[in-house]
Design a protein around this ligand. Structure first.
Ligand code: AMP
Length: 572
């Protein structure tokens, strides 16, 4: 059994070092002293908390209240304690200064219980009373750490990784670290891992299982720069729309639902419509992941991220859920009825997910396509960008769900925000696409555009353009283009893409773009098997340039030059 004073002395030793190796040694010593009933509490307190943060238990005690409690516990005037706080800037140092006494020798478990009562108490008055009582039983060094824990500022510099190392040492070998990590990744609760290890040893860790109600640490994606790189890394793979909302991991346990954010904060109460939709899934126990997004129900378009994120506020939840209902785009299944799905191949998890998510407005499957060439990736990417998404995700078909790690099992290919081409580009419209969503009504949603190649006197495609025009502009554009529409590709147009409607290359528009990329989809600058060049994230500037002829558009050579310049700039 560890006395709280001993714990405080260990904390002082931890405070005195910045070496991680030394910290894990000190922690190893501390954990070895703790018995199996209290080791979880020792771990939580060392991390400055009472329970893992996904439980959402907060003290709700401000520095100001701590000053009040200290003043009552030591008999000093409140103004003197406050002055001291102003001078020292740390509640811990104030406690050390004003409480000059021996403690009553409480154990870690006793102090933990008291702290727990403070966190659970409803009113401020109750909290302060409980704190005064606790402070009266503590020595100054104990109080120093207690008040720091209460205001959420323990500052020992001990991270999860150091605790994991210390727990591995407890098992006898550093190499056991991976087993500790695995268990942690499956429950996000180092107290539980420590307790399992203390009670059941190595075998307990080896048999450690996912439990609904304990979040799994989320798998993260690496970034790729192009469609080619995506295929090079993943081979034949799945690509999915990348939704710009917030990631959720949702647990269902009988009638209970628990929802966690990407940082593993509890979100259940903020998302009533998602909670309700999940209860309807036909499964006793379930863990899925998805991205939540506010969608305009009239137009089917996504609201900007700022609207979606409003839900993270803690008030007016109900009103928001009515005004901006969220949709959850489900993309992974991690657990189903006592079966761990994280070890299964992505494609098998997805198949099962498709069986489960079959109904309703709130839950949808993420849009997915199986691809095997850079061309297909680029097509999917362009379409996603045109629809206002932030990019795409690529997923290896045979990969397990790697909890708590970032690797190339999942990659993201994002629209670039970084640069913007120094120059705008003039392009010729060679066709158009019918719109989707709100644009469907207009009958036009994007243009296929090209640059001029004087050597062959042809127009080579360089981009789809789907943004920058107002609704009125789209309407007049459609009218103008319908007057010059063709039932086949124009002889002077060189294109691998087939738009819904071909038009005579006549009208020039000016577009700005983030950058020029290599693309197997477009013919501008394409030679043999080498990819062509494309504008990334293009948007129209102004309306049709009636002052320009199609041959006045930028040329393929100019695009190549812009690409070279951009490369030089990024190298510099
Ligand atoms: P990033 O936040 O840029 O590292 O990109 C990864 C994030 O994209 C994930 O954590 C999810 O929140 C989000 N995301 C959006 N759509 C998907 C999807 N279809 N599959 C996986 N993650 C997605």
């Amino acid at each position: 059994m560890v006395k709280f004073l001993e714990l405080a002395q260990f904390f002082e030793r931890l405070e005195g070092t910045t070496s991680r190796l030394e910290m894990s040694q000190i922690l190893y010593e501390l954990f070895s002293k703790a018995d199996k009933e209290e080791i979880d509490k020792v771990v939580y307190l060392t991390m400055g908390e009472l329970v893992p943060s996904f439980r959402g238990l907060e003290f709700g005690v401000s520095e100001k209240l701590v000053m009040e409690a200290l003043s009552k516990a030591c008999g000093l005037k409140l103004s003197s304690v406050q002055k001291l706080y102003k001078d020292l800037g740390d509640v811990g140092k104030v406690a050390l200064e004003v409480l000059k006494r021996e403690g009553k020798g409480l154990s870690v478990s006793q102090v933990y219980e008291e702290l727990y009562s403070i966190a659970r108490a409803k009113g401020t008055l109750d909290k302060v009373m409980l704190l005064i009582n606790l402070l009266r039983a503590l020595s100054s060094v104990e109080a120093k750490f207690v008040v720091r824990i209460i205001v959420g500022n323990l500052r020992l510099g001990v991270g999860e990784a150091t605790i994991i190392e210390a727990l591995a040492l407890l098992l006898g070998r550093r190499e056991y670290k991976q087993m500790v990590e695995r268990a942690y990744n499956l429950c996000s609760d180092l107290g539980l891992v420590a307790k399992t290890l203390a009670q059941k040893g190595l075998q307990g860790l080896a048999e450690f299982k996912i439990q609904p109600g304990y979040p799994i640490r989320m798998a993260l994606a690496e970034r790729v720069a192009s469609a080619e790189e995506l295929i090079r890394r993943l081979g034949r793979c799945a690509v999915e729309a990348k939704y710009d909302g917030f990631r959720l991991q949702i647990h269902k346990k009988g009638e209970e639902v628990y929802i966690y954010s990407r940082n593993l904060e509890p979100m259940t109460e903020m998302l009533p419509e998602i909670k309700q939709a999940i209860t309807k899934i036909d499964a006793d126990e379930l863990i899925i992941e998805g991205e939540a997004l506010a969608v305009n129900e009239q137009t089917g378009e996504f609201y900007p991220f700022q609207i979606t994120i409003q839900r993270k506020r803690k008030y007016n939840i109900y009103e928001y859920s009515k005004e901006y209902p969220l949709k959850l785009f489900c993309f992974d299944l991690l657990y189903l009825n006592d079966e761990d799905y994280t070890t299964k191949a992505f494609i098998d998890r997805r198949k099962k997910l498709e069986d489960l998510i079959t109904f309703g407005n709130t839950l949808e499957l993420s849009e997915l396509r199986i691809v095997q060439s850079a061309k297909e990736v680029e097509e999917f990417f362009e379409d996603a960008i045109l629809r206002g998404l932030e990019g795409i995700m690529g997923k290896r078909l045979d990969a397990p769900y790697t909890a708590g790690s970032r690797n190339f099992n999942w990659v993201k290919l994002k629209r670039s925000y970084k640069g913007q081409l120094a120059d705008t580009v003039d392009v010729v419209i060679v066709g158009y696409f019918y719109g989707r969503g709100a644009r469907a009504e207009l009958g036009i949603g994007a243009l296929l555009t090209a640059v001029y190649d004087p050597s062959s006197d042809t127009f080579k495609t360089v981009s789809k353009v789907g943004s920058g025009f107002s609704e009125e502009e789209w309407i007049s554009l459609k009218k103008m283009l319908d007057e010059i529409k063709l039932d086949h590709k124009h002889a002077r147009v060189d294109s691998l893409i087939t738009p819904d409607v071909w038009v005579e290359p006549k009208y020039v528009i000016t577009v700005s773009a983030d950058e020029i990329t290599r693309s197997p989809l477009h013919t501008a600058g394409k030679t043999g098997d080498e990819p062509g060049y494309a504008l990334r994230f293009p948007r129209a500037v102004g309306f049709v340039r009636l002052d320009k002829r199609p041959e006045d558009a930028n040329t393929v050579e100019e695009i190549l030059r812009m690409y070279q310049i951009q490369k030089r700039i990024s190298v510099e």
